[in-house]
Ligand binder design. Structure first.
Ligand code: PGA
Length: 967
């Protein structure tokens, strides 16, 4: 999350900035010494470029900028690759210093060495009782009733390869150790060596992913966060909450309480991704179950060593004796089988005098069998996963595992061994409650029009007419009649186009999966009530039982505004109300709404829609769960977790938060144990406070002004983006939008279909502007809206809103931070290098609008800022300025290189080979240019294209690291 660190620092004392600078220079030195070792000449050039860039970043003078551009332009093609790579690596290393800095601050807060805003659960518990006057019991009850569900998605915004992430994780860990541990000289030397080794390994790895990942790859990479971090940290975090509760004289959390649940879209999200098929979804479900079973297997096996005691409750004794007796009847076979399985120990049947081991050993066998069945399912794609598990008596129902573990727990408590019970056994119980047997629930996502196509195929086949051409009322009547009737709708021989067949195959496949592996069925671009009912009907027709809850995703301004009406239509229907059993989930999309209407208008529509949806649900006595589809960057609804949750309208969270964790944010929130702990802590504390200390309702005057700002900013935004004829051309020429698809950072194509801005997905839209440094989608329209309001005398109201309304504060703070990262000079360089002259006036206009927005945001967030002569980068987050100062010299050369490579590539393609003379003969350069296995032999590229292409891809990744976000 790009702003996590800067807001942390806002509370931090200057000493941490010194640490940041020292770490930055330490890692730079390490990197340079490696570079000098491998490429002494290049290292000298990188040194010069860094110095030129630093000079320009400090002076901001045109002449310094031209010196930098000139020097970079003179580099040979192969040098450009290595220079881009150097700066990209340095930026990634710089990011690690910020992350370590952030953990240092977190630690200082925990040790009581620094004041903390209320951002951890312990503080929240104390604050809610001491300041808000709630009783400890009220706080306890609320905590016990809350759940946070984090849904990890495969959005293509993590630009770094996993191979590099792993090496950087080592650097981060060792750097942190340097700060936090008292060390001997020897240990320090060894730690620095470990840092050097990881930096060198990263530098010698190809940072470009050369082929597209499959959805299964995406799931595997998602699962690695569970096996290496999340699974272990969840019980540790629950334990910390227990300790905090006990310190307040309260009981621990109940045994079966899971504060978190995890969901996934990896291999389930088929919206615009033809690579996610029915078979893929089945595969990823099996992979996730396998991961869960493997993890439990290890836990159970190690508990067998721990729980060697013989005292136990009568119930425990009875169970152990039953299992032991059965095993002893065929002791030789059991021992032989366990030997073949090569268990760590305990091959022979265990006597009933070690009752815990007996029961655990039985569980271990069953886990082993479960694993075998799941392996079979991977090999045989037509096998029903649920059927196979059932038939083999493998673990399918979580209670089968939870029951004996609970029996052991109760037994230990009854024999006076509470400390043993509350140790690793309790951890396992909590892991089981959190991750179940499926590790995470997989959501399915499909676009509404794909279901319409299926319904159309059905009604046409049955001779009822064309569903697609019916109006909403006719569709609703048809669907409700069918849902209340019994006639089967999909005869076996029905004609189906390949697209329809795939949707139908998905529904059929879902019916054979274990139901705990599945989460919600999300309908993207949901517009009407019939979009929801069609999926309810298709699930029934395909025998999906129990059916997945059907969740409309509202994601354009119009659909958000219509959402309360759509939900009223659904909830006012008696049949539907009875069907949903008192609970409904709706998803709201932050990025597409922003792309459609601009950030400010989207933020306000999301706010109001949530309030209205809560009111509609309350009217019908339904519990509403809002699922927030947020990306990582500000343009896609991202922002610091605590701030994001605390600025939601009051009454919309109510102890249950469901939110996506996308792309690069997965690494940022779960990449390492301490970070993961902190993530869990932030979510828990924010959701608890949202329930017990909700923000005050905004005053009517604020609402009115906000509505006006939203309308004005949306008009301005749309007039530029959708109504300026040359805008699309300017966007395509001045950014890397059309080249982004070659990044191979996700399994899905970068756009749904050919077309203008409307058909472009939100990720490349934001990604491209971020790279080019204009960051237009985040701010466009806001300057004019604020200017209008200020001109009409609303400045005091705006400042009052900023000071007292968390929603408005966080919205402006986030925009302000992005404005500080925008760089009109660099953006103008892209234009000068890439855009045809006739479009230049549009670029000038956009930069004027940027300046206006910076100016007016400053007026609101800091009354006298302009009078004091502050520049945009001296805005209300003082340490952000320092942080930008540290990273800017690394980013600017990448921007220059990116614009130059785009120009080289485009010109080469336009003119064919003509004009470019570049045929290196040095074997090392030839090797450097032929790293792409797909571009060898027949498909070989001209060496110039290879060089420019690689340079471009590396700059994209580097700038993404520099902006600490991507799409
Ligand atoms: P989507 O998401 O394109 O998958 O709907 C957009 C985003 O998260 O930015």
């Amino acid at each position: 999350m790009s702003f996590r660190i800067s807001t942390e620092l806002r509370a931090g004392p200057g000493q941490f900035l010194t640490g940041l600078r020292d770490d930055d220079s330490l890692l730079r030195q390490v990197f340079f010494s490696i570079l000098r070792h491998h490429h002494p000449n290049l290292a000298a050039k990188v040194d010069v470029i860094y110095a030129l860039s630093q000079a320009w970043c400090t002076s901001q003078s045109d002449s310094d900028f031209e010196l930098l551009v000139k020097y970079v332009s003179d580099l040979k093609p192969e040098e450009r690759i290595l220079v881009a790579s150097s700066f990209s690596h340095m930026l990634n290393l710089h990011n690690l210093t910020e992350e370590v800095n952030s953990s240092q601050i977190g630690r200082a807060v925990r040790l009581g060495e620094m004041d903390s805003p209320t951002r951890d659960t312990n503080h929240s518990l104390l604050k809610l009782t001491a300041v808000n006057g709630l009783t400890p019991q009220q706080v306890y009850d609320s905590l016990c009733n809350q759940t946070v569900e984090l849904v990890l998605t495969a959005h293509p915004t993590q630009a770094l390869r996993a191979s590099l992430l792993k090496k950087y994780a080592i650097v981060r860990r060792e750097l942190d150790t340097l700060h936090s541990k008292r060390m001997s000289e020897y240990e320090k030397i060894e730690t620095l060596e470990a840092i050097r080794a990881a930096v060198q390994a990263a530098w010698r790895t190809d940072e470009i992913r050369r082929s597209k990942p499959t959805p299964q790859d995406e799931m595997r990479s998602g699962l690695s966060y569970f096996s290496t971090v999340i699974f272990d940290v969840v019980p540790v975090f629950h334990r910390r909450v227990d300790t905090a509760l006990e310190k307040m004289g309260l009981p621990r959390l109940p045994l079966d309480k899971a504060l978190f649940k995890f969901g996934s879209w990896m291999g389930g999200d088929r919206d615009g991704n033809p690579n996610v098929t029915a078979e893929t979804t089945r595969d990823v479900v099996v992979l996730a179950r396998l991961e869960a079973v493997n993890t439990y297997f290890r836990q159970v096996e190690s508990l067998m060593f721990d729980l060697s005691m013989w005292r136990c409750s009568p119930e425990m004794k009875e169970l152990a004796e039953r299992i032991a007796a059965a095993e002893s009847r065929e002791a030789a076979r059991v021992a032989e089988e366990r030997k073949k399985r090569n268990y760590a120990d305990f091959w022979a049947p265990i006597p009933a005098t070690e009752p815990f081991r007996v029961v655990l050993s039985h569980m271990r066998d069953r886990l082993y069998n479960t694993r075998q069945v799941l392996h079979q399912c991977l090999v045989h794609p037509n096998m029903s996963v649920r059927g196979a598990l059932e038939e083999a008596g493998a673990y399918l129902d979580i209670e089968d595992m939870a029951r004996p573990l609970k029996l052991m727990y109760d037994s230990l408590m009854s024999t006076g061994d509470a400390s043993v019970a509350n140790s690793r056994l309790l951890d396992l119980l909590r892991q089981l409650r959190t991750f179940g047997l499926s590790m995470m629930g997989l959501d399915i996502r499909q676009e509404s029009s794909r279901h319409t196509e299926v319904m159309d195929a059905i009604t046409t086949y049955l001779g009822l007419g064309s569903y697609a051409s019916w109006d909403e009322q006719t569709r609703l009547k048809f669907l409700l009649d069918e849902l209340q009737g019994k006639r089967p709708l999909m005869p076996p021989g029905m004609d189906m186009s390949p697209d329809v067949k795939e949707v139908v195959a998905t529904f059929r496949m879902l019916s054979g999966l274990p139901s705990d592996s599945l989460g919600a069925y999300i309908i993207s671009m949901a517009k009407t009530a019939s979009d929801v009912l069609a999926v309810v009907l298709l699930q029934r027709e395909s025998g999906v039982r129990p059916a997945l809850r059907v969740v409309p995703l509202f994601e354009t301004l119009e659909d958000l505004n219509n959402a309360p009406g759509t939900m009223t239509t659904l909830l006012s229907n008696d049949w539907y109300r009875a069907h949903i059993n008192g609970m409904h989930e709706c998803m709201i999309g932050y990025s597409d709404s922003g792309k459609d209407a601009g950030r400010l208008a989207a933020a306000w529509a999301l706010y109001e829609t949530q309030e209205k949806l809560v009111a509609v649900a309350a009217e019908y006595g339904i519990r509403l769960v809002l699922f927030h589809g947020r990306g990582g960057t500000v343009g896609r609804g991202g922002g610091p977790t605590h701030m994001a949750i605390r600025s939601q309208p009051s009454g919309t969270i109510n102890g249950h938060l469901r939110v996506t964790v996308q792309g690069e944010i997965i690494e940022q929130q779960f990449g390492e144990k301490e970070v993961c702990f902190r993530t869990l802590d932030l979510y828990t504390s924010a959701v608890l406070e949202a329930a017990l200390d909700p923000p005050p309702a905004p005053r009517q005057e604020w609402r009115d002004l906000m509505t006006r700002l939203a309308t004005d900013s949306c008009d301005m935004y749309r007039s530029v983006v959708y109504r300026t004829p040359e805008f699309y051309e300017y966007f395509m020429q001045s950014t890397a939008a059309s080249e982004l698809g070659r990044l191979n950072i996700g399994s899905r194509p970068s756009s749904r279909k050919q077309g203008g801005i409307e058909t472009l997905r939100a990720i490349p839209w934001i990604f491209a502007w971020t790279q080019q440094r204009l960051h237009l989608p985040v701010w466009l329209g806001i300057g004019e809206a604020l200017e209008g309001a200020i001109a009409q005398g609303y400045q005091p109201v705006l400042q009052d809103m900023y000071a007292n309304w968390p929603f408005f504060t966080s919205t402006l703070d986030l925009v302000e931070m992005v404005l500080a990262k925008a760089d009109a000079r660099l953006s103008a360089f892209y234009e000068r290098t890439l855009v045809e002259g006739s479009l230049a006036p549009l670029g000038e206009k956009l930069r004027r609008l940027l300046a206006k927005t910076q100016q007016h945001i400053l007026i609101v967030v800091r009354k006298n800022a302009l009078l004091e002569g502050n520049t945009p980068s001296q805005m209300s987050t003082p340490n952000l300025d320092e942080k930008i100062r540290l990273r800017s010299p690394y980013v600017a050369p990448l921007n220059v290189l990116q614009a130059l490579s785009l120009k080289g590539l485009r010109k080469f393609r336009e003119l064919g080979h003509g004009g470019v003379e570049y045929n290196p003969s040095d074997p090392e350069i030839i090797d450097l240019l032929s790293r792409d296995p797909h571009k060898k032999g027949e498909g070989a590229q001209h060496p110039f294209v290879s060089a420019m292409d690689d340079c471009l891809m590396i700059t994209i990744k580097g700038i993404a690291a520099g902006m600490q976000n991507t799409g």
